[in-house]
Unconditional design. Structure first.
Ligand code: GLU
Length: 487
C-alpha cells in the first residue's frame, strides 16, 4: 500500500468502554499497526445530551490500560486536530454550505411540532416516515438565506436522490446497495449549529485522511448515504470495515445496561489486560494456518488480517475468558503474581500471621481470576464450620473412626515440633506413619480436613499446617478432635 494507512477509533463519551467497543478499538489499532500506519483517537461528542461527565477521561485511561496507544488524539495532539468534535464545530457548517450551494443539501425550517405531527400521521398509517422535502421544494436558496439572516432557526438536510441506488463496498460484507427512495434526508447540521454523526463522520474522516473506517454493523445501512456525501464533495471514500456485534447470547447484544461487564469492570475483578485483549481479539476473528490460541499484542499485530474476520455475531463466553486469564496468570513471573495477589489476600489475611509469599507460590497455578482469592484463603483466617462427613473418603478407606485415630496419632507428634517448617512437618510425620498401621492418605486427609474444613485447599496438609502456624494448627486440631469425640 503506497498511501500511509490511517485508522481511527471514534467513541462517543457515553460511559465506560464496553467490550464491543474495545474490540473495535483493538481491530482498528491492529489494522494500522500491521501496515505501519497511524492509529487515531477521535471523540465524537456532538450528541451532547448523551454525554456522560468523566467519560472522555475514562476513554483515554482505558485505551492506555489496554495498550492501545494512539498516535494522534485529543490528549496527545497531532497534525489533524482538534480530535474532539465539539472543538471542530466551526469546521462543519462551511462544508455543509458547500453542499447546499451544489444542491446536495438544503436548509429546512420545519418546526419540531410539524415534523412530529407528520411522523405521527405516518405511524398511524403504518408507514416508515421520512421527511417529504417540503423546504427543498418550497424555500428557494435566496429566501432561505434571508430567513437565516433574519434569525430564523433552521437545520441543513442532505438531499438524497429519490431514484436510483446508493452503494458502497465493505471489506467484510462486500457490496452493499440500497434504493435511494428508502433513504431519509438526514439532518447534517442541527439547529444548534453542531453536526450530526451522519455528517461529522464524513467530514472528519476526510479531513483526518482516514484510509480505513472500522465500526459496528449498526452503521452498515447508513454507509451508502455517507458515500453519497463523498460523491457530492468529489472526495475519495475510505475503505470500510463494519464489524458484527458482540453478543451475550444468541439474541442479546452485550450491553452495560444489562449488567454485562465493561473493560474497567473486568480489570477491577482481576482479569489481566493481556488475557482480555487476547480473548477479545478472537471474538469473531481467527488467524490463518495456526491452532494456537494464545497471542501477545505483538503476535496479533503480525497476524491480523481482516480476511480472517467472521460475519456472524460473536458470542462473549465468560468461561473462555476465565480460561484465558488462568493461562496468563500461570505465565506471570512469581514476583509479579505475588505483587498482584497480595492486595486481594490481605482483604482477609493478616500479613503478620501468614507467610504470603509461600501462599502465593501455592496459589499461582490455581488462580483463575484474582477476585476469587479472598474466598479461596478465608479458611486460613477463620476455621469454617464444616460437615464431619468430609472426613469420610472412600478411596483411602477413611472412616470417622480412622479419622479419630489419625488425629489422635498426629497431635502429639506436632506438639513436639519446635522448628515449624514444611520440611520438618513432612519428614517427621512421614517417618512415623508406617508404624501407625494407617496408610499415608488415611492420616493426611483427616489432618488436612481437621485444620482447614475444606475438601480443596491451595496445597496439602503440611503446607496448610505451615501457613497456619503451630499454635493455630494445634488449636484447630484439638477442636476437631473434640467434635469427632462427641459424634
Ligand atoms: N461515535 C460512533 C459510536 O460511538 C462511532 C462510529 C464510527 O466509528 O464511525 O458508535
Amino acid at each position: 500500500m503506497d498511501q500511509e494507512v490511517r485508522t481511527r477509533f471514534a467513541p462517543s463519551p457515553t460511559g465506560y468502554l464496553h467490550l464491543g467497543g474495545l474490540r473495535t478499538a483493538l481491530y482498528t489499532y491492529l489494522l494500522a499497526k500491521k501496515h505501519h500506519g497511524k492509529f487515531i483517537l477521535r471523540i465524537e461528542d456532538t450528541d451532547q445530551e448523551r454525554e456522560v461527565p468523566g467519560a472522555v477521561d475514562l476513554i483515554y485511561k482505558s485505551m492506555h490500560q489496554a495498550g492501545l496507544d494512539y498516535d494522534e488524539g485529543p490528549d496527545i495532539g497531532g497534525d489533524y486536530g482538534p480530535y474532539i468534535q465539539t472543538q471542530r464545530r466551526d469546521i462543519y457548517p462551511e462544508f455543509a454550505w458547500q453542499l447546499v450551494e451544489k444542491g446536495a443539501a438544503y436548509c429546512c425550517f420545519c418546526s419540531k411540532e410539524d415534523l412530529d405531527a407528520q411522523r405521527k400521521e405516518a405511524e398511524a398509517k403504518g408507514i416508515t416516515w421520512k421527511y417529504n422535502k417540503k423546504c427543498l421544494h418550497e424555500v428557494p436558496l435566496e429566501e432561505a438565506k434571508r430567513r437565516i439572516a433574519a434569525g430564523e432557526k433552521y437545520v441543513i438536510r442532505q438531499n438524497v436522490p429519490t431514484t436510483g441506488k446508493a452503494s458502497f463496498d465493505d471489506l467484510l460484507y462486500g457490496h452493499v446497495e440500497v434504493d435511494c427512495d428508502t433513504l431519509d434526508d438526514n439532518v447534517l447540521i442541527k439547529a444548534d449549529g453542531l453536526p450530526t454523526y451522519n455528517f461529522a463522520n464524513v467530514i472528519d474522516d476526510h479531513l483526518m485522511a482516514i484510509t480505513h473506517v472500522t465500526r459496528g454493523t449498526e452503521y452498515l445501512s447508513s454507509a451508502p448515504k455517507y458515500n453519497l456525501l463523498y460523491e457530492a464533495f468529489g472526495w475519495q471514500p475510505p475503505l470500510y470495515l463494519h464489524l458484527p456485534p458482540v453478543m451475550k447470547d444468541a439474541t442479546r447484544k452485550l450491553s452495560k445496561r444489562h449488567g454485562d461487564p465493561s473493560f474497567e469492570d473486568l480489570l477491577a475483578k482481576g482479569y489481566l489486560k493481556e488475557a482480555i485483549i487476547n480473548f477479545i481479539a478472537l471474538l469473531g476473528w481467527a488467524p490463518k494456518d495456526t491452532n494456537e490460541e494464545f497471542f501477545s499484542m505483538e503476535d496479533l499485530i503480525n497476524l491480523f488480517d481482516e480476511r480472517g474476520l467472521n460475519k456472524s455475531p460473536a458470542i462473549f463466553d465468560m468461561n473462555k475468558l476465565t480460561y484465558f486469564n488462568a493461562h496468563y496468570i500461570r505465565a506471570l513471573a512469581p514476583e509479579t503474581y505475588a505483587e498482584m495477589a497480595k492486595p486481594w489476600l490481605t482483604q482477609v489475611l493478616d500479613p503478620e500471621k501468614v507467610d504470603l509469599n509461600r501462599l502465593c507460590e501455592l496459589l499461582q497455578g490455581r488462580t483463575e481470576v484474582f477476585n476469587q482469592l479472598p474466598d479461596m484463603v478465608r479458611f486460613l483466617a477463620e476455621m469454617p464450620e464444616f460437615d464431619t462427613e468430609l472426613y469420610v473418603n472412600k478411596k483411602s478407606k477413611t472412616t470417622i473412626t480412622v479419622a479419630q485415630n489419625a488425629l489422635a496419632f498426629i497431635y502429639p507428634l506436632l506438639n513436639r515440633i519446635t522448628d515449624w517448617s514444611e520440611t520438618t512437618l513432612h519428614d517427621l510425620i512421614m517417618a512415623a506413619i508406617p508404624a501407625s498401621g494407617m496408610k499415608t492418605s488415611q492420616v493426611l486427609w483427616p489432618f488436612r480436613i481437621a485444620i482447614t474444613g475444606q475438601a480443596a485447599t491451595p496445597g496439602g496438609a503440611f503446607e496448610m499446617a505451615y501457613l497456619l502456624g503451630k499454635e493455630e494448627t494445634l488449636h484447630r486440631l484439638l477442636h476437631s478432635m473434640e467434635v469427632l469425640q462427641n459424634l
